[in-house]
Design a protein around this ligand. Structure first.
Ligand SMILES: NC(=O)c1ccc[n+]([C@@H]2O[C@H](COP(=O)([O-])OP(=O)(O)OC[C@H]3O[C@@H](n4cnc5c(N)ncnc54)[C@H](OP(=O)(O)O)[C@@H]3O)[C@@H](O)[C@H]2O)c1
Length: 323
């Protein structure tokens, strides 16, 4: 009996050990998301109206392609009308949607005065909205001490107050319909302090504060909130990354050899998170994924070991640039 029990314990330990090694080598998202993604069920967005901000490039662009293939009707927002038009045309090519199933609504997310008008424009066209994907955003790099307060304002206007204000407008419609789903593209920087990006990190942490509250307030309303936290992903984000001075661009060119996730993969995982209404998901390669787990479940070990002994400037910069 004792020998049988010991064998059973060894087996359990072996399975846990093998599982951990596989996780360290292959996992590119948190285990809940990977579990749902591995079910490989069709994600059905037929006739659902999905509004994506930041749809003119990067993650938002690929989300548009995945969602339109899954049957969604799309509202595509961004600033660059030429890019937005090209994304709209590609959506029609990759799916069998009708021309009127794609609506382009270009606007600056930080121009709060137009939010009522753009919501009305979407409702006039489609009559309803099922999903609002708050994805538009900009990044920032500079030492904490070197950041002008104007840059903090810029980051918060685009990354936080824009999505928050737009969501409030759409929420009225969701509450009337007694259903809706708000998706927010946060970041690793929304969960961990990403060094040398404090304005960006502050803005992404703020999103969690606002949208965690919204989720709690909506538990009885059939309105869902999904916070998506990607690590480094190929997109245009580094090309327009700002510094600590207003109007200054961060001097860094993304390379195809960078260790970043393919935009398609990030979008694919994100669609699963949306389809299964996950509250939060983490999408990134190791070792950042492991850090998420440490910071969430063993915060003292994360701060005393990982932050103190592993986070030096050179390593952090390399990790953030996918090098
Ligand atoms: N790529 C990454 O490594 C990474 C990692 C974690 C989180 N994220 C987050 O993912 C989201 C999408 O970024 P991305 O990586 O796909 O970068 P991206 O290729 O630069 O896309 C950013 C999108 O946001 C739009 N946008 C920027 N400023 C705007 C403004 N003031 N008003 C309206 N739209 C605006 C852009 O529109 P225009 O092009 O038309 O100006 C573009 O469509 C962001 O929230 C970002 O923080 C990215």
């Amino acid at each position: 009996m004792l020998i049988l029990l010991k064998n059973y314990e060894c087996l359990v330990l072996d399975v846990i050990g093998i599982g951990f090694v596989l996780f360290i080598i292959y996992a590119d998202a948190d285990l809940t998301l990977l579990f749902y993604h591995s079910l490989n069920r069709p994600r059905d967005f037929r006739n659902k109206v999905v509004w994506i901000t930041g749809a003119s490039s990067g993650i938002g662009e690929y989300l548009a392609y995945d969602l339109v293939k899954a049957g969604a009707k799309l509202v595509l927002s961004g600033v660059n009308v030429e890019r937005l038009t090209a994304v709209g045309e590609r959506c029609k090519e990759v799916s069998s949607c009708a021309a009127e199933d794609i609506l382009l609504v270009p606007f600056q997310i930080n121009n709060f005065d137009v939010h009522d008008d753009v919501v009305n424009k979407v409702l006039d066209h489609f009559g309803h909205i099922e999903y609002l994907v708050n994805n538009a955003g900009i990044s920032q790099r500079a030492d904490f001490a070197d950041i002008d307060i104007a840059v903090d304002h810029q980051l918060f206007d685009v990354n936080v107050f824009g999505p928050v204000n737009l969501t409030r407008k759409v929420l009225r419609h969701f509450l009337e319909r007694k259903k809706g789903h708000v998706v927010v593209t946060s970041s690793t920087a929304g969960k961990l302090g990403a060094p040398y990006s404090s304005a960006y990190t502050g803005s992404k942490h703020a999103l969690h504060g606002y949208f965690e509250c919204l989720r709690s307030e909506m538990v009885e309303e059939n309105i869902h909130v999904t916070l998506v936290c990607p690590g480094p992903v190929f997109s245009n984000i580094t090309d327009r990354c700002v510094t600590g001075k207003i109007g200054e661009k961060y001097d860094h060119k993304q390379q195809p050899t960078d260790k970043k996730m393919k935009t398609e993969r990030c979008s694919d995982l994100m669609v699963t998170a949306i389809a299964y209404k996950l509250d939060e998901c983490w999408i990134c390669f190791q070792p950042i994924l492991f850090m998420y787990y440490m910071a969430q479940y063993l915060p003292s070990v994360f701060r005393t070991l990982i932050v103190k002994f592993i986070f030096n400037r050179q390593r952090v910069m390399k990790m953030r640039q996918g090098r």
